[in-house]
Design a protein around this ligand. Sequence first.
Ligand code: PGA
Length: 250
Amino acid sequence: MRKAVIAGNWKMNKTVSESVELISDLKSLIADVIDVEIVVAPPFLAIYHVAQEVKGLNIHVSAQDVFWEEEGAYTGAVSSKMLSDVGCEYVIIGHSERRQYFGETDETVNKKIQSSLQHGLTPIFCVGETLQQREAGETFSIIETQVRRGLSGLSASDMEDVIIAYEPVWAIGTGRTATGEQAEEVHSFIRKLLKEIYKDTADSIRILYGGSVKPDNIDGLMTKPNIDGALVGGASLKADDFARIVKYQR
Ligand code: PGA
């Protein structure tokens, strides 16, 4: 049995004080949930403060990006070692917004995944096709390339600590969610690919869906056999909405 993961990606929203306010509201709504791994990804500056708020609770903190070197002359960068030091346990890697606006490639994604694993962080590795690629019938080949390159060099035992997020780019922030069937089709494709590479370990790897996940579509998505949770953007900024998603219908 794979434990479900519900992760909230706050993106470039919330100051430190706003982050503390949001996590305090969330704590009171979801502190009793134990059968779901709950993760929130505030902006870098708020990670320490949010981590302090959730110490000892079933709410874990993630970063939204990381650089692969441990330390040195890399102006503006933050390393896995620094993230672990402030109570961060997960890191989102390869989000389509990083790929689109910050020059992220499958190769840099791979280096970041390797470095985060070395420092005990759980990578949430994002893949997904654009609308143009979907319409051109390239979805599966794009996903396969992203998965193979992003995970290049990782062993089956490394994969026990990796979470994958399928996020069709056309569904992110657009209000246009993939249907459960569309998502399941890609999730089961990813699972098959993982089986080919990592054999039985593939059965324990969590694959999350992301892209306009809301309180009114989470229940349907979670009934699909290969959807093991969600990576939530917009709806994770509202405590009530995120709490409802965490408390999806079992
Ligand atoms: P969205 O974002 O829920 O606002 O579509 C999802 C994501 O980018 O992770």
